[in-house]
Ligand binder design. Structure first.
Ligand SMILES: [Zn+2]
Length: 491
């Protein structure tokens, strides 16, 4: 009987964020042992669930270790990372011999003293199992993939879609990859290429849509086992910041490297077209003033995206809506446990004065003093990810307020506004609203595009403002676009 060892560890670290990632943040986001999440798998636990099911179907044994993931914030506290890593290594050591190791990681986790935390973990796993046991990892496409990671694994598969609606599909891909290797049908080898490009790449529109489809179409033919585009996570000042293409072939490293280069250069050539078109706050408000369609104008508050490590309590857009006299709108979700607590104390229907948002420093903007009516309350709420039933995200207690026709949703566990339940959980119906603001960079897109008349990405100040040229990178290479127009020119 074969034995596979599985674990989840990760977070997406914004090294510029003032919020530390400690044990409590893991406990609030996702911290389970040996499948303790039951039927409600968290996003990065979904692969563990799938791998266990597929292994059981083959009569294999699964040893499931830690499942730990934290909502993105600043660097992970050193001891927290080391304890998690050591727990996985201890579980693995106790399970030897194993036939394969499958890990669900993020790929952009930075801990104090470890700029490449998951690279450190993978290297230790390799040391424990030796050179011949396959180690495969599923990563978020916002990973910063180091040479250390690439050299420690047998294969890696990254999400293809942004928004990340394909976590289960990529887990299935990875299982097939490893099962074929374990049963001796294939010998996966990796080729990769550094695209020397920093940016944000939505796969919901061209030209990224076409490139992703092209990568997927190459898989399963002519010895190509897997093709992944690594988008990178730009709010991390680490040496490995950047985009890459990773190709896994059956035993042909030269082919893997050639294909990675070919696709990587295509990705690079598309760099100007792939970047999202951002609008200013003034442009967004001007459009809101003239919007008169039956469905909402959806504004993405990209710069306050909790999923990128922001506080999710910035007030720039709400303040502008109030100043412009918008009386038919919705905005969510503000991470404001104090406002939620006050709403629960006062109860539904109560009118009260609240001081909203603006608590986490200059990137959060000023707090707003508002006369508000409590319109909805929900305890221990969860939201779905991209509308999918298989992925549940705990968002804590929620409260909805009405301020002059604008519905404001607050919650107690900092979380990105990913699905419609971020509003409907507290009775806010947004389908007929004029303006809906979502604190999200892009994950909102899967659920909101079907109900939106129009979507605009608004660049305001914030912890994840999409302005890489002004960011204070010290460790990241500046021989990348957009710092230089053509970083390949000299080579
Ligand atoms: Zn991501």
């Amino acid at each position: 009987m074969k034995t596979i060892f599985t674990a989840t560890l990760g977070t997406e670290t914004n090294t510029f964020s003032a919020l530390p990632t400690g044990l409590q943040l893991f406990q609030e986001t996702c911290l389970y042992r040996r499948g303790g999440y039951g039927d409600q798998a968290p996003m990065f636990g979904v692969p563990l669930q799938i791998w266990r099911r597929r292994a059981e179907e083959r009569g294999w044994r699964t040893v499931e270790s830690l499942c730990a993931f934290a909502m993105p914030a600043g660097k992970t506290v050193r001891k927290v990372y080391e304890d998690f890593r050591d727990e996985i290594i201890a579980d693995l050591t106790a399970s030897l011999p194993v036939d394969a190791v499958l890990l669900s990681l993020h790929g952009a986790m930075v801990a104090e003293g470890y700029d490449d935390a998951e690279g450190d973990l993978l290297a230790q796993v390799r040391r424990i199992v030796g050179p011949d046991v396959p180690i495969d990892a599923e990563l978020d496409l916002h990973a910063n993939v180091s040479r250390r990671k690439l050299e420690s694994v047998t294969a890696m598969v990254l999400f293809k879609e942004y928004p990340h609606i394909d976590v289960p599909e990529r887990a299935e891909d990875l299982f097939v990859l490893i099962a074929d290797a374990v049963e001796g049908r294939t010998k996966p080898v990796i080729g990769w290429f550094d695209c020397r490009t920093i940016g944000v790449f939505h796969t919901t529109r061209q030209p990224m849509r076409g490139l992703v489809d092209k990568c997927a179409a190459l898989e399963g033919k002519d010895g190509v086992l897997s093709v992944s585009i690594v988008h990178g996570f730009p709010w991390a000042d680490v040496a490995d910041l950047g985009s890459k293409v990773v190709v896994v072939t059956d035993g042909d490293k030269v082919k893997a490297e050639r294909l990675a280069r070919e696709l990587g250069m295509e990705f690079f050539r598309l760099r100007h077209e792939t970047q999202p078109r951002y609008v200013t706050l003034d442009q967004a408000m001007a459009r809101a003033a003239t919007h008169n369609q039956p469905h909402p104008l959806v504004l993405a508050d990209c710069s306050d995206n909790a999923g990128g490590g922001a506080a999710s309590d910035s007030t720039f857009i709400l303040q502008a809506m109030l100043e412009k006299g918008i009386t038919d709108g919705a905005i969510g979700m503000f991470w404001d446990p104090m406002a939620v607590r006050i709403a629960f104390e006062a109860g539904e229907g109560a009118a009260l004065d609240i001081r909203l948002g603006g608590k986490l420093g200059p990137t959060s903007g000023p707090p707003l003093d508002l006369r508000a009516t409590v319109t909805g309350l929900a305890r221990d709420a969860t939201v779905r990810f991209g509308g999918r039933d298989v992925i549940h995200v705990a968002v804590g207690d929620m409260a909805a307020f009405d301020v002059g026709g604008i519905a404001i949703v607050c919650n107690t566990l900092r979380s990105q506004c990913k699905s419609l339940d971020c509003f409907t959980n507290v009775g806010v119906e947004i389908g007929k609203k004029k303006v809906v603001v979502v604190k999200s960079m892009q994950h909102f897109h899967a659920a909101y595009a079907p109900i939106a008349a129009e979507i605009m990405y608004v660049a305001v100040p914030g912890a994840v403002a999409p302005d890489f040229l002004t960011m204070n990178y010290v460790n990241a290479s500046r021989n990348q676009w957009p710092f230089v127009e053509d970083p390949f020119a000299a080579t």
